[in-house]
Design a protein around this ligand. Structure first.
Ligand SMILES: NC(=O)c1ccc[n+]([C@@H]2O[C@H](COP(=O)([O-])OP(=O)(O)OC[C@H]3O[C@@H](n4cnc5c(N)ncnc54)[C@H](O)[C@@H]3O)[C@@H](O)[C@H]2O)c1
Ligand SMILES: [Zn+2]
Length: 375
C-alpha cells in the first residue's frame, strides 16, 4: 500500500493507492471520518454496473448507509443542472452536514461530485474514488471542482479538498483501451516535468503498461500523484508553479478546441502538445536532441494517436487569441532536461509553426488518419 500525504494550508489528507483497495473503501472512510456515515455516491451507470456492487458491499461492511446519485455519462452532463438535481435528491433523502459525498468514476463524476460537496449546505465532507487513469493521476488530486457553461469548459467551480483519495488501479482493467492510454499521457507529462525516474519507467515498459500490469500501474500512478501533490501543495490556487502541469496543454487545448472537442480525447491532444512543446524546446536550443527524441519516442510508444488534421496556422491563431495570452505572447512550458521544465513567453511564431507542422507530419506518418477508433 502506498499512502501519499497531501498537505495544504487548510486541509491535509492522503491518497491511498493499492490494487484491490476498493474492497477496503468502507473501512478507510470509517477510519478517516471517525465512524459510519451516510454516503451519497456520485457515479455514472457504466461504473456502477461494473464496480458498484463491490463498493456497496465495502461500505455496508463498515456500517455506512449509502445512496446512489446517478448521472448520465459524458462531458456534456458536467453541468450545474446535474449538481442541482443531485442536491435535491440529497435533501429528499435528508442528507445533512455529516453526510459524505463520494465521487466514484472518472474526472466528470469527480468534478460534479466535488462541486456538489462544496456547496451542499455550504460544504460537506468529500471522498474521491477515481476510476479512470486520468482521474487517478490528475483530476482527483488538488481539490479543483467544476462544471461547464455553454461558453466554455470549467467556468463554474470551487476549490474543495477531499478528505481522502482512494485509488484502486485494479478498476482500470475494465476501462476502454483508448481512455486508458489517454490517461497515461498525463503520467508521462509528470515524468517530463518533474520526475526523470518516472519517465524512464514508462519509457522502458510500454507493453507492460498497456497490459495494465498492476505492479507497474501502482508505481506509475504513485509517482504521478506524488508529483501533482507536491506541486499543488506549493501552489494550491494556481499562481505560478502549478503552471508547469500545463506542459503539452497549450497546443493540446488549442487542438481540442479547434476540433470542437470531438476528435481527440483530452490526453491524446496533450500527447501531441507535448511533442510540439518538445520540438520548440529543441529548436530554441533549450533541450538536447537526445532528450527530445526520447520524449517524442516515449509518447508515440503507447500507440497511434488521432491524426492532426487542422491547419497549423489556425492553431497558431487560436493560441495567440487565447484569453490567457497576454499581448500575443504565448506561454509555453518547455522541457530543459528530462525531469525539469521552464516557462517561456518569447517563442517566435515561426518556431511554433514549425513544431505544429512537425506533429502534423508525424501524425500522417503514424496512421491512416481520421478519428482513431479505440476499443
Ligand atoms: N479537477 C481537476 O483538477 C481536473 C483535472 C483534469 C481533468 N478534469 C476533468 O476530468 C474530466 C475528464 O475525466 P475522464 O477522462 O476520467 O472522463 P470521464 O469521467 O467521462 O470518464 C471517461 C469514460 O470512462 C468510463 N469509465 C470510468 N471508469 C471506468 C472503469 N473503471 N471501467 C470502465 N469504464 C469506466 C466512464 O463511464 C466514461 O465513459 C473532464 O471533464 C476534465 O475537465 C478535472
Ligand atoms: Zn490534462
Amino acid at each position: 500500500m502506498t499512502r501519499i500525504p497531501i498537505k495544504l494550508p487548510g486541509a491535509s489528507y492522503e491518497a491511498w493507492i493499492q490494487s484491490g483497495l476498493l474492497s477496503r473503501a468502507g473501512e478507510i472512510i470509517h477510519g478517516t471520518l471517525n465512524g459510519p456515515r451516510r454516503c451519497f455516491v456520485v457515479t455514472v451507470p457504466a461504473v456502477a454496473r461494473l464496480w458498484g456492487k463491490m463498493l456497496k458491499q465495502s461500505l455496508s461492511a463498515a456500517k455506512h448507509e449509502m445512496e446512489w446519485l446517478m448521472m448520465p455519462d459524458g462531458e456534456r452532463h458536467k453541468r450545474l443542472s446535474t449538481v442541482e438535481t443531485m442536491a435535491e435528491r440529497m435533501v429528499e433523502r435528508r442528507a445533512d452536514r455529516d453526510s459524505v459525498v463520494i465521487a466514484f468514476g472518472g474526472g466528470v463524476s469527480g468534478d460534479v461530485a466535488g462541486l456538489l460537496a462544496s456547496v451542499y449546505m455550504r460544504g460537506v465532507p468529500f471522498v474521491q474514488i477515481p476510476t479512470t487513469v486520468l482521474a487517478q493521476v490528475d483530476a482527483s488530486i488538488g481539490g479543483k471542482t467544476g462544471v461547464n457553461l455553454r461558453e466554455g469548459k470549467n467556468l463554474l467551480g470551487t476549490f474543495h479538498q477531499p478528505r481522502a483519495v482512494l485509488i484502486d488501479p485494479g478498476v482500470l482493467k475494465t476501462l476502454p483501451a483508448r481512455e486508458f492510454r489517454a490517461g497515461l499521457y498525463e503520467s508521462l507529462k509528470c515524468g517530463v516535468i518533474g520526475n526523470a525516474g518516472l519517465f524512464r519507467l514508462m519509457e522502458e515498459h510500454p507493453a507492460q503498461l498497456l497490459a495494465r500490469e498492476s505492479w507497474l500501474l501502482e508505481r506509475v500512478i504513485g509517482a504521478s500523484v506524488r508529483l501533482k501533490a507536491a506541486v499543488v501543495s506549493q501552489d494550491e490556487r494556481e499562481s505560478g508553479l502549478r503552471r508547469i502541469l500545463n506542459f503539452g496543454h497549450t497546443v493540446g487545448h488549442a487542438l481540442e478546441a479547434e476540433t470542437n472537442y470531438r476528435h481527440f480525447l483530452h490526453g491524446e491532444a496533450v500527447a501531441w502538445g507535448m511533442i510540439a512543446a518538445t520540438k520548440i524546446a529543441e529548436s530554441t536550443g533549450k533541450l538536447s536532441a537526445e532528450d527530445a527524441n526520447k520524449i517524442e519516442h516515449a509518447t508515440l510508444a503507447f500507440g497511434r494517436l488521432p491524426k492532426v488534421s487542422v491547419k497549423p496556422r489556425n492553431i497558431l491563431k487560436r493560441l495567440q487569441s487565447d484569453k490567457k495570452t497576454r499581448n500575443g505572447q504565448v506561454h509555453f512550458v518547455l522541457p530543459v532536461v528530462l525531469g525539469r521544465v521552464e516557462v517561456s513567453a518569447d517563442v517566435h511564431a515561426e518556431t511554433v509553426l514549425e513544431a505544429l507542422r512537425h506533429i502534423e507530419q508525424l501524425s500522417n506518418r503514424s496512421g491512416k488518419g481520421g478519428r482513431a477508433k479505440g476499443a
